[in-house]
Design a protein around this ligand. Structure first.
Ligand SMILES: [Zn+2]
Length: 482
């Protein structure tokens, strides 16, 4: 089957970069793009009129967690001060013997909700961290998303002591077993569903894994020919913990273990020697990152919510680091995330000329593809995978525009995505993910989140209630007003 998308503004790929093609056509046959241009696109079994729309490569989301994010949502505007700019430690910690909030999530609901949200918002390729099972593979395969699934493992869990102090509960054997489970998972599923499902190794956090586990991960990744993802430089607690434990910054420690390299994606990586709060003289973290060829998965929104930022998207890129984008927690809207990446960087640098629309769009497409070692996604050119998002540019919010990329980055959201195609298969049509009852799924996610929010007193270290740890924005109105 041969399809021609015609009449739209096309982001085409030519000679190493994106180009704007006004009123052009994209033709694809089977899973591959066969033509991009203004001339004769050839015959078509099916035609899509994209007049007034933007035809762009599907977005590459390098860092997301497929849950309802009920836990992250709970701690908006709230949480412990001594976790500094971190949200996740509030719900990934509990006293010994008690499951923290995130461990109580029904992953069946969370997985389906998140994967549908990602696809709906134009992410055709995702790196999903941790929340994966055989059912995730089956569901991702059914809805047609391209997914790098990464079963997580670690040598220690975060634990709270009697006074609520943060510590680590070590179980080295569990880390080794987790790595072997990940190897088996990849052996079973890598290449499934027409090659759209692939695996990666995912030692969870730099401070919860022994250096030996990172070394073993490097070895297995090389044997399997797969990439690696981890969390690093997430907060000051971790930065200081690594200095105390190893006498090295988190980045220096990972470099020592051999984990860094072109196939490795570092989630967040804010707290490096480039960050003013690190206040560590003589730091070389950016140089180490650039030299290793590693990718930083930059998720600006989740950190902006905690009052922190990468310093900065511009400086990392200028140092030669490959910086891609991810959505981490919620919402899973990489179009809005591009705007956050651009604006947060401009504020940090006090410079409106940095983190341009083109640079953040490159991060969401080409840098993501590079991180995954691929030259067939994140671009529209003959031979590339037919992974395409068609965006309606006629909303009042987007308004009049001269430059569709500046308009998209400054005014667009995932809601503007009308059609999504992966491997030549239409998976979102008329703003709906095909084969999914989104209303029922949204209802399921709400019920699951409410169940989780009610569990706060069961795991909170001070046995506080839900309203105490996260007061509603406004007090309830409990009287009739006449
Ligand atoms: Zn993460």
């Amino acid at each position: 089957m041969r399809t021609v998308i015609h009449g739209g503004d096309v982001i085409a790929f030519h000679r190493g970069g994106h180009r704007l093609l006004r009123g052009g056509s994209v033709a694809y046959e089977g899973e591959r793009v066969v033509f991009v241009g203004r001339g004769d696109a050839g015959p078509a079994d099916h035609r899509i009129d994209a007049t007034g729309k933007l035809v762009m490569p599907g977005l590459v989301n390098l860092h997301c967690h497929a849950t309802t994010e009920a836990s992250g949502r709970l701690f908006a505007d709230a949480g412990r001060r001594d976790f500094f700019h971190t949200g996740f430690l509030n719900y990934q910690t509990a006293p010994p013997g008690i499951a923290p909030m995130n461990a109580r999530e029904n992953l069946d609901v969370g997985n389906r909700f998140a994967l549908v949200e990602l696809l709906r918002n134009g992410c055709t390729t995702i790196v999903e961290l941790g929340a994966v099972s055989d059912a995730t593979v089956a569901f991702a395969g059914a809805i047609g998303i391209r997914a790098y699934l990464t079963p997580g493992y670690r040598s220690a869990a975060y634990r709270l002591g009697p006074a609520g102090e943060l510590g680590y509960e070590w179980d080295d054997a569990a880390g080794v077993r987790g790595l072997e489970r990940a190897r088996a998972f990849i052996g079973e599923h890598h290449g499934a569903h027409g090659g759209r499902i692939r695996g990666m190794l995912y030692p969870l956090q730099v401070d919860t894994c022994r250096p030996e586990l990172f070394r073993a991960t490097r070895k297995v990744a090389d044997e399997l020919g797969v990439g690696v993802s981890t969390h690093v430089g997430q907060n000051l607690v971790e930065f200081h913990e690594m200095l105390r434990r190893h006498g090295k910054t988190p980045v220096e420690l990972l470099a020592d273990t051999g984990l860094l390299g072109p196939g490795t994606i570092l989630g967040h990586c804010l707290m490096t020697t480039a960050h003013r709060l690190a206040a560590l003289p003589g730091g070389r973290d950016l140089e180490i990152l650039a030299r290793s060829g590693v990718t930083v998965a930059h998720c600006p929104l989740v950190f902006a919510r905690r009052g922190n930022a990468l310093e900065s998207f511009h400086r990392y890129r200028a140092a030669g680091v490959n910086v891609g984008l991810g959505t981490d927690t919620y919402p899973r809207d990489l179009i809005s995330e591009m705007r956050w990446a651009s604006l947060v960087c401009k504020v940090i640098e006090r410079d409106f000329t940095v983190a341009t629309a083109a640079e953040v769009f490159d991060a969401a497409t080409l840098a993501g593809a590079r991180a995954l070692g691929r030259d067939d996604i994140g671009r529209l050119a003959p031979g590339a995978r037919a992974d395409i998002a068609i965006v309606d540019m006629q909303s009042l919010r987007i308004g009049p525009y001269r430059d569709p990329i500046k308009a998209l980055v400054n005014c667009g959201t995932g809601d503007d995505v009308e059609t999504v195609i992966v491997d030549g298969r239409t998976v979102v049509d008329g703003r709906r993910v095909l084969g999914v009852d989104e209303v029922a799924l949204r209802r399921e996610a709400q019920a699951e989140a409410e169940r989780l929010w009610a569990t706060v007193p069961e795991w909170h270290w001070e046995r506080l209630g839900t309203e105490q740890v996260s007061p509603q924005s406004y007090p309830p109105l409990d009287t009739d007003l006449r």
